[in-house]
Design a protein around this ligand. Structure first.
Ligand code: SF4
Ligand code: SF4
Length: 409
């Protein structure tokens, strides 16, 4: 008995190439496919593998506008981790979102794609990239030695950046977006990344915070108080953040502050609130709470006019939502981050950075070198521009805000 799939056409009772076809249950038309007026076949199949850190996945969404312009009617499948899948669910340019697991990997290896893109250098996703059948493959794959390798000539420079700290930290001047586009041989024209917004989650936040006195009509500064545990020194300690809030509240009386973070940031949020309470300055400061799943966190960031953050996932969410941003850079590479004219960078120019270290062996000097006064001024500038309905000028993003600080002492 043949195991070859049956040939299908619109005249057939089944149309597995139709974007509405489910196979295991009726589609919205609830009929057999033959002669169906709603038949809408994809003309190409694209598979993207991007697991990585959550912020990294979010900024990689910048490839979707270009893919849609090249393959307008393609089916785009995105394979990622469960937390990123929750955040990307409902993205209008992703037709199929799959979690990276053994069952999905087995299924994917039975499918055929026109284009496969992998941007992860770990062995597991790179191995899946090799197993997937596609007419064209871009990005990263796995050598027969089990090590990651570039799959196309244009991806070699992107790949090399991960092999030399000097190249990545000192010589590279390109943003992540420019690097990725050139790795695929595409022209980068400042294509943006966007995220879906869960209106129900947003409404829940508005309701809860309004009960505490938060006013949606007034400007809100979100402060992402931490940065998880991966890198050292991505954000200031609680005392400096509390002092910044006091200063800003004195200068901008109508400003509300929303403290953001994940479960790891619960202690620092509590400490900031405790310090503000002691100083009698906690009015207008709201606890965003730290237990949210990804769509709820995105909705929380959407309540902010401007976000102050380290180089974090929250920063990428704010950029995706077109919020104003002020970003502190210590151990990571500021040049890789594109703010799309939405804000300013405060870069600690210390001899030991960037370093991407998990724990600092240099006395945590980097973010300490960024003056609070400069952060206050940057927040006020970006706030005024957002409230005036303006983007932040390109010149400001590219030169002025890249304030560089010398290591004290
Ligand atoms: S829309 Fe029509 S062609 Fe498409 S799956 Fe449904 S019944 Fe079949
Ligand atoms: S080594 Fe330098 S750049 Fe890295 S975390 Fe420590 S102070 Fe910051």
């Amino acid at each position: 008995m043949s195991t070859q799939p049956l040939p299908f056409s619109q005249a057939s009772s089944l149309a597995p190439d139709c974007r509405h076809y489910r196979g295991d249950k009726p589609c919205f038309a609830n009929r057999l496919c033959g002669g169906c007026d709603h038949y809408a076949p994809y003309d190409a199949r694209i598979c993207i593998i991007k697991l990585g850190a959550l912020g990294d996945v979010v900024r990689t969404l910048c490839i979707l506008p270009e893919l849609r312009s090249q393959y307008r009617n393609a089916q785009i499948t995105w394979i990622t981790k469960p937390n990123a899948a929750r955040m990307l669910a409902g993205h209008p340019d992703i037709d199929r979102l799959l979690v990276f697991d053994a069952i999905n990997a087995m299924t994917l290896m039975r499918e055929e794609f026109d284009l496969m893109i992998c941007l992860d250098k770990e062995a597991e996703p790179a191995g899946l990239a090799m197993g997937i059948q596609a007419k064209k493959k871009l990005g990263v794959g796995l050598s027969r030695h089990g090590t990651p390798i570039p799959l196309n000539d244009e991806a070699v420079s992107y790949f090399e950046l991960g092999l030399s700290d000097d190249l990545k930290f000192n010589l590279n001047t390109k943003t992540y977006q420019e690097l990725v586009y050139s790795a695929f041989g595409w022209q980068y024209n400042k294509q943006r990344y966007t995220l879906p917004l869960d209106a129900d989650e947003r409404a829940k936040h508005v309701s809860r915070l309004s009960e505490q006195g938060w006013d949606e009509a007034r400007p809100t500064l979100g402060i992402n108080v931490g940065a998880g545990k991966v890198f050292a020194n991505k954000m200031w300690p609680a005392g400096k953040q509390a002092a910044l809030i006091q200063e800003l509240k004195a200068l901008e009386p109508g400003l509300q502050v929303l403290l953001l973070g994940g479960p790891d940031e619960r202690p620092i949020i509590d400490e900031i609130i405790r310090k503000l309470d002691l100083a009698g300055a906690s009015e207008g400061v709201f606890d965003g709470e730290t237990h949210h799943k990804e769509p709820a966190f995105v909705a929380l960031v959407d309540l902010c006019t401007v976000l102050l953050s380290g180089d974090t996932m929250a920063m990428h969410v704010a950029i995706a939502l077109e919020k104003g941003v002020v970003v502190l850079f210590g151990p990571t590479c500021q040049q890789e981050i594109a703010l799309y004219g939405q804000g300013e960078k405060l870069v600690a120019d210390v001899a030991c950075g960037p370093c991407y270290k998990r724990t600092c062996d240099q006395g945590d000097v980097c973010l300490d070198a960024v003056e609070m006064d400069d952060a206050v001024k940057a927040v006020r500038r970006v706030l005024q521009q957002k409230l005036a309905g303006q983007g932040v000028s390109k010149a400001r993003e590219l030169s002025l805000p890249v304030l560089r600080y010398r290591q004290a002492g």
